[in-house]
Design a protein around this ligand. Sequence first.
Ligand code: CTP
Length: 325
Amino acid sequence: KKTGKRRVRVYMDGCFDLMHYGHANALRQAKALGDELVVGLVSDEEIVANKGPPVLSMDERLALVSGLKWVDEVITDAPYAITETFLNRLFHEYNIDYVIHGDDPCLLPDGTDAYAAAKKAGRYKQIKRTEGVSSTDIVGRIMSSLKEQKICEDRNGTDVKPQEECQSKVSHISQFLPTSRRIVQFSNGKGPGPNARIVYIDGAFDLFHAGHVQMLKRARELGDFLLVGIHSDETVSENRGNHYPIMHLHERSLSVLASRYVDEVIIGAPLEITKDMVCPRFCIICISFKLLAIVIGVLTCTHHSFFSIYFTLFFITTNFSRVLK
Ligand code: CTP
């Protein structure tokens, strides 16, 4: 597919409301079917007419979709149904070769297939829908989290429901099973260059939103390589309350990894950034430790019992680069 003269341009449309890793995975698969991926963002009005009101505005949805590493161009105000007129526009104005959609049926309110025209023209391709997540499911999670929280607050201090029962519900809600393959598919697979300035930023990144995109973009601009620490579910629950996070650790990790500004993630990073974790390249303490380690290593090279000391010190001072290797 990548050997022809002209680059293959593929089009995937959608609402991308409350954007999640299922949407990101759909766009990742679509991009793999061509060279350039053009996303059609369905307008707020069209979503209202076909599905009911979206949770996020067009601006927020646009920020989220544009921030994904697989997206090359975005057409705003795309129609919900690909009519023959719009299909011709896609072919002639945007030079689109194929229209792509997930393998779930997409019906218009009148029961007809929203992709019928593209299928008829022989320009339709399908990708595999990601199981276990949808915008509706996320809204459901938020609602049940708020409901449980309210019940626990109302009953707090009474005998009706013991506090122990008001534990985090995140594990009961998510059906997502992380595989190493999926994480690899979302990763850049590259470490930092030899003189790269590594920027570290951490957080919960629950319900990944437009504010997160902006924050990651700014963090990336501060250096050459952005490493993002994603707090564990337990850490988030301890800090935000038992009914958070809404999305569990691996779901949050995929959403962050899908960002074009992110180079690497630590899945389950600690809340506290310790000295041994972030050791800047030219940090005086680190250099002193390294020199001390080398001196001890050289002086004790014949005494095997001292080797452990040498390696421990070296290990402490190079911990951060060890994570990124
Ligand atoms: N998609 C997917 N896996 C999911 C959710 C969506 O592959 N779990 C794909 C859809 O098949 C579509 C694209 O993502 O090709 C955009 O979907 P969208 O229009 O936003 O809506 P839905 O398919 O209704 O998804 P959701 O309910 O999550 O909004």
